[in-house]
Design a protein around this ligand. Sequence first.
Ligand code: NAI
Ligand code: A1CAB
Length: 270
Amino acid sequence: MISPGTPLVLVGAGNMGGAMLSGWLDAGTDPAAIVVIDPKPPEAMVERLANAGVRCEASAPQGVTAGILMLAVKPQIMDAVLPGLKGLVGPDTVSLSVAAGKTISYFEERLGGAVVRTIPNTPAMVGRGITGAVANAAVSAEAKAEIDRLLSVCGPVEWVEDEAMIDAITAVSGSGPAYVFYLVECMAEAGRKCGLPADLAMRLARETVTGAGELMHRSPSEAETLRQNVTSPNGTTAAALSVLMAEDGIQPVFDKALKAAADRSRELAS
Ligand SMILES: NC(=O)C1=CN([C@@H]2O[C@H](COP(=O)(O)OP(=O)(O)OC[C@H]3O[C@@H](n4cnc5c(N)ncnc54)[C@H](O)[C@@H]3O)[C@@H](O)[C@H]2O)C=CC1
Ligand SMILES: O=C(O)[C@@H]1CCC=N1
């Protein structure tokens, strides 16, 4: 489905599009089967594309029919960008969106045909993302399998039937890495307030979160069990968790935060 004759055309090589593109190039995807459209890609991406020999254009090139047209610009500029891409769409093109909020019907109206709506996350850059995906009925089983293969390079893919779930997936895993990075910031700041130098507190927080993530990745145990393994009865962890797991602890804050993200995803639809 993607080849030098019918390439994967990536529109927007910023944080998310660039993360997935890096994942594909690292995994050995043929650079001749990729075309990037971005008037102002990040400097590091310009270099990466040049080194890999990937064609990069400021606007849609003439005479190219996309096998996959991947839409990775901000949802707020999608209305302005899509009309310029219509020339890239042939009868077999599948539009593949990573944009928060924008619905399948939105793309059907503007580009027609087969549409896959996804929500990946930035750990895709190191092959450790996770993507939620939903396809419309015009996507053939073969095309879905090819897109699944492509997305899987960046981490697992969770296909859903109910498009409404994508807003909640956005709230959990699409935005999720930001919560984890903020957790590191909070732990470092709290460590500083406990008397540590700021740089040491940050090193400790960062390694703790990445180490705990790696342990969870490799271990078959549930998160709850891994938590219990750290928690000695009446020890230091229990003292901290009595605060974090209190009625006014972290759960209600996460409930509120993820609802705000899912609501915002629904708002971005229009
Ligand atoms: N950053 C993230 O963690 C995630 C982002 N997304 C979605 O990915 C999409 C992109 O977000 P980011 O990568 O964060 O934004 P970004 O601002 O990092 O990247 C957007 C890119 O689009 C380019 N661009 C602007 N106008 C363009 C045009 N007319 N034609 C082609 N390219 C153009 C920009 O130069 C930039 O490189 C959004 O729709 C967002 O909802 C989805 C999941 C996670
Ligand atoms: O913040 C956003 O809107 C995008 C979608 C998920 C992560 N970043």
